[in-house]
Every structure is written in C-alpha cells, then in structure tokens.
Design a protein around this ligand. Structure first.
Ligand SMILES: *Cc1c(COP(=O)(O)O)cnc(C)c1O
Length: 398
C-alpha cells in the first residue's frame, strides 16, 4: 500500500481505522493509547462529541465559500480567537491551513513592516538553533537545524540562527539596522521539548521593543493551552513583572482539533501591515475548520481546563523523573520530553508492536524529539487512569 506514497515518511507498521477519546484502534481491532495526539493536534481526543457535532452540522450547511465573501462561522472563529488572545496583545488574525503557511505569513508581515518604516536592507529574521518552523523553502530557512538544510537550496535569504539562552549574542545579533523580527518557540517542540529561560525571553522582549524589532512567537506546538496558559509565552514576564506582549503569534496543529487550520495573529504594531491583495489562502478560515476551531477555543481556554493540563503534566513528569532508565525530563503541562539511552524510534516501534488483544495488551503511541528523546503530547482530555496505564506501558517498554 505504501508505494503509492512518496517516500517521505518512515511509517510505523500500523493502520488506524477508528478513534475514541485517548484511544486509537487499528484495522485488526488492536488498541493503542495516544500519548502523541497526532503531533499536538487532537487536543480534545478522538471522536469528541462536541467536535463531531460542530463539524457535522457545518458540513450540512456549507463546506467552503472562499475569501471573496464573508462566512458566519469563519467570522465567529476569528472573533473568538482575537478575544482569547487579546490579553497577549493580539488585535486581528489571518487564517492559513498549516503551521508553515502561518509562519510564512508572519515573515511577510515582519519584512513589510520594516520596509515601510525603515526602507530596504532591514529584512533579517532571527530564529533560534534547534527551532522548527516548517517545511517550505522559507520556513526551512527559518528553522535552526542543519539536518533540514540540505538538498533544497538556495533558501530564502535573510535568516540567522542563534543559540537560545545567550543574551549577549542576542543583543549583538538583533542589529536594528538589519533585523526586522525575532521568531521564537517559547518551548521548542520538534527538537525535544526545550523551554527558553525567563531571562532570555525577558531580554528578547526588551531588546525588540527598544529597537522596534518585531517579537514573534511560534506557538504552533506549545500554544493552545498545552502548557497551562492559552499561549505558552504568556507565562514569561517583563522586568516589571507584567506579562510579555507579542507583535505576531502563529498557531496551527491543534487549532481546529484535527481539522487543518493555521493562524497569524497580529498585535497593535502589525495589525495594519497587510493591505488588500498582500496575502491570501484559498482555504484559509475554512468553515468546517472554523466550526471545529470554535469548539476548541471555547473548551481549552477555561481556567479549570488549563489547570488540569498542568496537573496532569506534573503527574507524568513526576513519574518519569523517578524512572532510572530516563536521564532527563523537560517540559511543562502536557508537553514533555524525556531523554533515554536507547534510540527513541526503537521504543516507539515497540509501543506499536506491544498491542495484542489476545493477551489483553494495549499499544502506546509516542513521538520522537530527537535520536534519544521521547516526546509526549497527550490529548488534554486524557484521564488519570489512562495516564497511569501509559506510564506503566512505557516503564515496561524501557
Ligand atoms: C509543526 C510545527 C510547524 C509546522 O507546521 P505544519 O502544519 O506542519 O506546517 C511550525 N512550527 C512549529 C513549532 C511546529 O511544531
């Protein structure tokens, strides 16, 4: 079956047919506990009744109209998203379909903002080593990992990568004559769950404000309530103890709970940079995705829900820390990385192969965050007894 696909993914030997809550079932009826949410996408689990209802009802009305027109449900989604992110400084939104497309939009805004205000030559976008921003030619240029930088050049010019945590280097690199924006994941996901320090983000925010360099947060993986605040960077404070405000934020992955959706969110400085004709996307704000997104936004942003994500995360982190086979644990809320001695892919494969209904054994779905790093991004709806089961299976696999 797989030879009809281009050979881009090393797919595991399992074919899913059905999902329910934190569980997926394959075509042979084997059962797998989902500690990955399809890479931070299925925030509300599988077959979530509210999501299914919203998508089904919207499908019965209309699927798509395109951005020549207004759509009632897309407008409601945009309003809700701006309302939810207003405390982080957000004023308006552009909808895309994916994370890479959202980051492309963010880079375009940064370039145009700087060009209009300061003229040519001030177009550099600084990102961090270990970052992941997408797979298009421009977002690969933004991605600070050399393993992605082969075979596809020449890349879009004007990107620089610096290590996180080095404030002196940051200060030197954020040259106000050259740099338009700084793009950061508050907690890096793909490269193994690496949080930036409070000091570093504080310095970044201060330098960006002083030099009119746009502060842009890629919240595609760490956002949407996963770490206990709607946006992960909202937990970082400026010198006076006030929450940091962003000039641009990007979202995607779980934004519509499993239906493709992305968003570029703009603050006061950037909300009017794009003019008619500057940017677009055929499917952006798609009504089916918007209907699902409305359910996600109204569910995940309650204080109780956010607190539960942190509590569940702490429970997982505490258990992982007592496991002698695990060398280091990083993360916050339901975004957790664990360094192990074996190759993470061996364990991920073993988690699949364990499933055996005859012996009453379930599989465990995990993600990789590097050669020796396991990454856990469970659905927010995961139950305590499911967390316990998953941890037991993991312990056995280790
Ligand atoms: C997944 C991811 C992207 C890319 O999103 P796609 O929807 O795959 O294009 C960008 N940034 C971060 C932080 C991500 O985790």
């Amino acid at each position: 079956m797989n030879n009809v696909f281009m050979n881009t993914y090393n797919r595991l030997p399992v074919t899913f047919a059905k999902g329910e809550g934190s569980w997926l079932y394959d075509i042979n009826g084997k059962k797998y506990l989902d500690f990955g949410s399809g890479i931070a996408v299925n925030l509300l689990g599988h077959n979530n009744p509210a999501l299914v209802k919203a998508v089904t009802e919207q499908a019965e009305k209309y699927f798509h109209v395109c951005n020549y027109y207004n759509s009632d449900v897309s407008a409601a989604f945009a309003e809700k998203l701006v309302q939810v992110t207003a405390p982080a400084g957000i004023k308006n939104v552009f909808f895309s379909n994916s994370g890479a497309e959202a980051n492309e939009g963010a880079c375009k805004i940064a370039r145009k903002y700087s060009l209009l205000k300061y003229g040519e030559g001030r177009h550099t976008i600084v990102t961090l080593k270990g970052s992941f921003h997408g797979r298009t030619i421009t977002t690969l240029a933004a991605t600070g990992q050399d393993k992605f930088h082969k075979d596809f050049g020449p890349f879009t010019q004007g990107f620089e990568h610096i290590p996180g945590g080095n404030i002196e280097l940051l200060e030197k690199t954020l040259d106000e004559k050259k740099v338009a924006g700084l793009l950061i994941e508050a907690i890096q996901g793909e490269s193994g769950i690496v949080p930036q320090s409070q000091e570093f983000i504080q310095a970044a925010a201060k330098l960006c404000a002083q030099r009119d360099i746009l502060l842009m947060f890629d919240e595609i993986q760490c956002g949407l309530g996963r770490t206990g605040s709607f946006l992960a960077f909202e937990q970082y404070k400026d010198e006076n103890g006030n929450p940091i405000k962003a000039d641009i934020v990007t979202l995607a992955k779980g934004l519509a709970g499993g239906v493709p959706a992305g968003a570029v969110l703009a603050g006061e400085k950037t909300k009017e940079v794009f003019k008619i004709g500057d940017h677009g996307s055929t499917f952006g704000g798609n009504p089916i995705a918007a209907a699902a997104g409305l359910v996600v936004l109204s569910t995940v942003n309650t204080p109780e829900f956010l607190k539960e994500n942190v509590r569940k995360g702490e429970k997982i982190i505490a258990a992982l820390k007592t496991n002698a086979k695990i060398k280091e644990v990083r993360g916050k809320g339901l975004m957790i990385g664990a360094d192990i001695e074996t190759e993470s892919w061996l364990l991920i494969e073993a988690g699949i192969k364990r499933a055996d209904p005859g012996k009453n054994l379930n599989g465990l779905l995990m993600l990789s965050g590097g050669i020796n790093t396991l990454r856990f991004l469970p659905p927010y709806t995961i139950l305590d007894n499911e967390i316990e089961q998953g941890l037991e299976i993991l312990n056995e696999l280790l």
